[in-house]
Design a protein around this ligand. Structure first.
Ligand SMILES: Nc1ncnc2c1ncn2[C@@H]1O[C@H](COP(=O)(O)OP(=O)(O)OP(=O)(O)O)[C@@H](O)[C@H]1O
Ligand SMILES: O=P(O)(O)OC[C@H]1O[C@H](OP(=O)(O)OP(=O)(O)O)[C@H](O)[C@@H]1O
Length: 304
């Protein structure tokens, strides 16, 4: 198939071709019924049921491509958007709730600094040279004297593309700036955090001037539905009429709970969406007020 000639009428939607965000992006698109087949090693896949082409790119490049308008829509980390300095060229459509982590300044446990200002004038290694550079430029202004600055002293930021955590052990750096989620990689490298520069998660972005806003709205609504379905479960239980007020305080629902009478007249059935992470404690509280037959249902997809 002539892929390139097939792209002209399609909305171009970039997702990370590998790495931390890749699998979740694929799951999200599948859940949104955006169907495509990626041929072996090809970085472009045509969507079969919508006029969209999925473009597989390094997460680090997606913000730049969307910002420049080479692609219309993309999923990448907020960190990549800030690092690429394209915030004025893109619209952030939606936070996606995965890829959550922090960009932190880190230093060696043994003999390393305990405060970030101790790194001023020293060597920092990072893949985030813009964000790290901006952060330490401010610290330099604050903590270096005018004489020191006039003498050309400043914190040195060196870019590496990966394995940033090895830099201190290799003698290349006094501190690093890198992403931390569980902290396992940091601890394994004998490092500790000094300060958080940025909180990040995966986001859906569009170019400010991208065409086909109605298709973008449709994709956004579908993705929102998948995210909400992952976040909520449906709770169903029976409760005596006397306890309806108390029960609806515990499960108010998104708009309001659905309350249906049971045949015996004294009891009702209540149905309500609840946040998945809170379901166990909500069930405990419902039991305490006498709820029976509490059932939890997974939501496959929804529009809220
Ligand atoms: N440990 C993590 N936990 C959650 N999200 C992360 C983590 N590490 C990175 N991310 C998010 O995923 C994005 C891509 O990071 P990743 O390390 O996968 O990038 P990559 O360098 O393109 O991939 P690779 O390391 O395979 O070359 C980051 O910009 C960040 O938003
Ligand atoms: O706090 P943790 O849960 O240990 O995660 C942090 C690690 O995850 C990312 O790297 P990744 O594993 O994606 O590989 P990379 O070094 O190739 O970017 C990041 O660069 C850290 O190294």
């Amino acid at each position: 198939m002539d892929l390139i000639n097939n792209l002209s009428d399609r909305l171009l939607f970039a997702i990370p071709k590998k790495g931390r965000l890749h699998e979740q992006c694929i799951t999200l698109l599948r859940g949104a019924d955006i169907n495509f087949h990626r041929h072996n090693r090809l970085d472009i896949a045509l969507v079969q049921n919508l006029p969209i082409a999925i473009i597989f790119l390094p997460a680090a490049d997606i913000a730049k491509y969307v910002g420049e308008g080479n692609v219309d829509l993309g999923i990448t980390g907020q960190d990549m958007v800030s690092e690429s300095q394209v915030e004025d060229k893109i619209d952030k459509i939606l936070e996606l709730g995965f890829g959550k982590c922090k960009l932190q300044v880190q230093a060696p446990d043994k003999g390393g600094p305990t405060k970030v200002e101790e790194l001023v004038g020293k060597r920092i290694v990072t893949s985030f040279e813009v964000l790290a550079g901006r952060y330490f430029e401010e610290l330099d202004k604050k903590y270096l004297s005018e004489d020191e600055r006039n003498a050309g002293i400043k914190t040195k930021i060196q870019y590496v593309s990966g394995s940033v955590e090895a830099a201190c052990a290799l003698g290349l750096a006094d501190g690093i700036v890198d992403l931390v989620e569980s902290g396992e990689t940091m601890r394994a490298a004998g490092l500790h955090p000094l300060i958080t520069i940025l909180h990040t998660q995966a986001i859906l972005i569009r170019n400010k001037h991208s065409s086909n806003p109605s298709l973008i709205s449709k994709i956004t609504a579908r993705i929102k539905g998948v995210i909400a379905a992952q976040k909520y479960v449906l709770l169903n239980y029976n409760i005596s009429r006397a306890n309806i007020k108390e029960a609806t305080k515990i499960t108010p629902g998104r708009q309001a709970p659905t309350i249906s009478p049971l045949e015996n007249g004294e009891w009702v059935e209540i149905q309500s969406m609840v946040v998945k992470e809170e379901v166990a404690s909500i069930m405990d509280r419902l039991e305490e007020i006498g709820a029976k037959d509490i059932l939890v249902f997974k939501i496959d997809n929804c529009r809220v």
